[in-house]
Design a protein around this ligand. Structure first.
Ligand code: ADP
Ligand code: MG
Length: 589
């Protein structure tokens, strides 16, 4: 909020005085009203597309549901517009939930195509239902009233629209700056890392989808009572594309960018509609062509949109404050040292004709560092994926403290205290190191969407961030916590992933090539860290190619080659095993 305080106050002050100045022409007030309406829809798209990575062309349809709901209910049944707002939100939210359940699972190009499909469908539905006035729509919608005063003037309606816009900006910013917000921001980097840290990505996608639909329906409701009539044109695919254009133009990842994008688009559209027909000597929606060209140019040059340019002149985003007084998070009780934690039994995995893991069995005990070694392609990472639920078993069984976990989801497995890092680092580059790490503590917090939006999650959030900071100090990266993750070297990013995994309060830590890209001193530091973790009772399963690192650290080695175990034992036993020497160490030596 503090980052937004100054611009918000300035914007609010401008909003307050603007329509009171009598010399401001009615036209500008009207334009500002429509900018506010568009900004609400675009803001939802910023959350959905820019932050969450899900492109939607069909957002205008959600505005349509609320607009038609209030149009029908207030003209035919005399229901108060304010009650209609709640009904409209419930209706759009319900439809979004139903559509979202089907469409957010779609990946790649199928999601945008899906949104186009329902965008078109609803347009024709609105236009063909007689009860909705078919293509002529519904007229005679009453104005909004506030304590008996009818808001028939654009100048008074202005305050209602921009009041809602301001509220939406604050609530959206709050949401993004919360536990759920971190999960939303993590979606863009794919679901694997988030799921492995306990985030329900399908549910998180649905949350953003419904949130965006609710903002759109708020806009639709306001639109109906401003315009006092509705017809399908405003809610079709054409409108949906314009909203998407606004979100991308303004800065697809920033809430205030939506307001900027809406303002520029609406002003540009108005001017183009005047100028282009005069230039071309004929009438038509030529502005859409110009928008299309602008969009292509924008995506070629600045994918981040215009907001980052503007934000550069504003105050820098202050670093997150780590409260030293925030209570420590509750910790899991560690199993007794030597207790059998993980049992991998005859685990088998094939990708078509390729057998990646072939009847592999081994155990990991509490307080033990086990090394899983073998040449490239031996099946080490696949074994990790099978243990952590990121790949499904083709055969065999994985047991955790006596419970079968083979076939459970990554999320369910992470809850049991199994955390991991990835051979190919999976962090969100434009999020700070601290927040990337805090994602690891997702399961240790409880705050949901509403608490986040209303800032009722602050004490819990302080505890989560303190834990993230503590783990970063522990792995020796405390000095880098406020930097964007993308600015760190690859070796450091691997260590950031270890801090993130430690935030889960794990019993078993799986590290996939953690020392790759580290310098000698950094490796020594990491080695000491892992020894400390082991002494605290944690178990570590380690894939690593640096043999000095592995031999000095591990209690037991499992050697894989072509998916099969060729040797197990202490480092000394394995070192002298002829099969190992031939398949693996011989090559290295
Ligand atoms: P390692 O980590 O030991 O280098 P991997 O477990 O990554 O090896 O891979 C083992 C084998 O399985 C390799 O031949 C690899 O090409 C194959 N493999 C891994 N993942 C997949 C996948 N998702 N689809 C098809 N083949 C895969
Ligand atoms: Mg690997």
């Amino acid at each position: 909020m503090s980052r937004l305080a100054k611009p918000s106050i300035a914007a609010a002050a401008l909003c307050l005085i603007f329509p009171l100045v009598p010399v401001v022409p009615e036209f500008w007030v009207t334009l500002m009203n429509y900018i506010g309406l568009a900004a609400l829809v675009a803001m939802g798209l910023v959350m959905l597309t820019g932050v969450g990575g899900m492109t939607s062309f069909g957002q205008a349809a959600f505005a349509g549901f609320a607009a038609y709901a209030t149009a029908v209910l207030s003209t035919a049944y005399d229901v108060s517009p304010w009650i209609n707002l709640l009904i409209g939100l419930a209706l759009s939210g319900g439809v979004a939930l139903a559509i979202g359940c089907i469409t957010v699972r779609l990946s790649g190009h199928y999601l945008p195509l899906g949104t186009m499909a329902w965008g078109i469908s609803f347009y024709y539905l609105f236009g063909n239902l007689q009860v909705l006035g078919a293509h002529d729509g519904i007229t005679g919608i009453p104005p909004l009233t506030i304590s008996g005063h009818a808001l028939t003037q654009g100048r008074s309606y202005y305050y209602v629209i921009w009041g809602f816009v301001l509220a939406a900006v604050v609530l959206s910013e709050n949401l993004l700056d919360s536990r759920v917000g971190r999960a939303i921001r993590a979606l863009r980097a794919g679901s694997v890392a988030a799921e492995a840290h306990g985030v329900n990505t399908a549910r998180t996608k649905l949350v953003v989808f419904v949130y965006a639909a609710l903002l759109a329906s708020l806009s639709g409701w306001l639109y109906a009572h401003l315009q006092r009539s509705v017809n399908p044109t405003a809610f079709g695919l054409h409108a949906g594309m314009e909203y998407l254009f606004m979100a991308v133009l303004g800065g697809a990842g920033n809430v205030l960018g939506a307001v900027l994008g809406a303002a520029i688009t609406m002003i540009l559209k108005d001017q183009l509609q005047n100028i282009l027909p005069r230039l071309l000597g004929t009438q038509g929606n030529f502005e859409i062509v110009v928008f299309g060209l602008c969009l292509v140019a924008l995506l070629q040059t600045t994918r981040e949109g215009l907001w980052p340019f503007i934000a550069r002149f504003g105050p820098a985003r202050p670093d997150k404050v780590i409260s030293p007084h925030a209570a420590a998070l509750g910790a899991r009780s560690m199993p007794e040292k030597g207790a059998r934690l993980l049992q991998v039994r005859d685990v088998y995995k094939n990708f078509g004709g390729l057998i990646a893991v072939n009847n592999v069995s081994f155990d990991v005990r509490a307080g033990e560092v086990v090394g899983l070694i073998g040449p490239n392609g031996a099946g080490k990472s696949t074994t990790f994926n099978l243990v952590t639920g990121l790949a499904t078993l083709s055969g065999g069984e994985v047991t955790w403290l006596g419970e079968r976990i083979g076939g459970k989801s990554a999320r369910q497995i992470s809850r049991r205290g199994i955390a991991r890092t990835f051979q190919h680092v999976k962090l969100i580059p434009d999020m700070t190191v601290l927040e990337n790490v805090a994602l690891g503590a997702h399961l240790r917090g409880r705050a949901g969407v509403l608490r986040g939006m209303l800032r009722l999650d602050r004490s819990e959030e302080a505890r989560l961030l303190r834990e993230a900071a503590r783990q970063l100090e522990r792995v020796g990266l405390g000095d880098h916590m406020h930097r964007p993750a993308g600015s760190l070297a690859l070796g450091q990013l691997r260590i950031v992933e270890i801090a993130r995994a430690l935030c889960l309060d794990p019993v078993l830590l799986l590290l996939d090539e953690p020392a790759a890209g580290l310098r000698h001193l950094e490796k020594q530091f990491l080695s000491r860290l892992l020894c400390r973790l082991r002494d605290e009772g944690m178990a570590v399963l380690l894939v690593e190619h640096d043999m000095d690192f592995v031999m000095g650290l591990t209690d037991k080695l499992v050697v894989l080659d072509f998916g099969q175990i060729i040797a197990t034992g202490t480092p000394d036993e394995v070192r002298s095993d002829p099969k190992v020497l031939e398949a693996y160490l011989g090559g290295v030596a």
